[in-house]
Design a protein around this ligand. Structure first.
Ligand code: FE
Ligand code: FE
Ligand code: ZN
Length: 249
């Protein structure tokens, strides 16, 4: 299960005591789920060097989000690395590192999983090398992992349909498969390399559906939580999960 601790578009959050954590876990268990990951809101931008208050808000919010993640019984907080908003990739990466080094302490009880991004606009994280550059300069590297989003890597130019083995080998060489904490399983509305980040339903996008099935079956990804971020209502998600189960058997 993946949840946001509130609306993904804003930073208004309820107190931890009001999050109904125990009730949530009971529901999860009743539905055969035993792992939860948290996604930080989209507007958190650690890479912003242009507006200091955006960066400061990001650091402040992340510190609290780490507490909420732990309180919810999760070990993984997924974070979009950020967008440099024109200051350049190097400046953005430097700021992200500074932010992570501020929020992570030796006893931080969770890992931050940087998400692979589509490389839309000034987004950082569209290339595996950028994530590596961040991890390299974080002091507490054991606390930093990665979440692989199939729509995003496809949009970034990694051909997971034509050469999944090659893409995962490159991920392993640059970042290390051991850093992977989760997979976001999405199709894309756009062709490979288009840098658009528009998610599509599993069977209704530019990635051949059988390629997404191969992602779920790849031995390098076995045991990881797979999360759908496809444009669906509850019934639509249920259908996609049922479809995945039939084609995998
Ligand atoms: Fe995300
Ligand atoms: Fe995602
Ligand atoms: Zn996306």
């Amino acid at each position: 299960l993946m949840v946001y601790t509130g609306a993904p578009q804003n930073t208004r959050r309820k107190a931890i005591e009001e999050l109904r954590v125990e009730e949530g876990w009971e529901l999860m268990k009743a539905n055969g789920m035993d792992e939860i990951v948290i996604h930080a809101p989209y507007i958190i931008n650690l890479a912003n060097t242009v507006k200091p208050e955006t960066y400061e808000l990001a650091v402040e919010f992340l510190e609290k989000e780490i507490d909420r993640t732990a309180a919810m019984g999760s070990k993984v907080l997924i974070l979009h690395p950020g967008a440099h908003v024109g200051a350049g990739e190097e400046a953005g990466i430097k700021r992200i590192i500074e932010g992570l080094n501020t929020v992570l302490t030796a006893d931080t009880p969770v890992n931050i999983a940087l998400e692979t991004m589509a490389g839309k606009g000034s987004e950082v994280g569209g290339r595996f090398e950028q994530l590596r550059a961040i991890i390299d300069r974080v002091q507490l590297q054991a606390h930093v992992g990665v979440c692989l989003d199939t729509c995003h890597v496809w949009d970034a130019g990694y051909d997971i349909a034509g050469d999944l083995d090659g893409v995962l080998a490159e991920f392993d060489r640059v970042i290390g498969l051991g850093r992977l904490h989760a997979v976001h399983l999405n199709n894309s509305l756009n062709p490979c390399g288009n840098h658009k980040d528009r998610h599509a339903k599993l069977r209704d996008g530019c990635i051949p559906p059988e390629a997404l099935v191969r992602v779920t079956q790849h031995p390098a990804l076995a045991g990881l939580p797979f999360i759908l971020e496809t444009p669906n209502d509850d019934a639509g998600y249920a259908q996609e999960i049922a479809w995945l189960r039939t084609v995998r058997d």
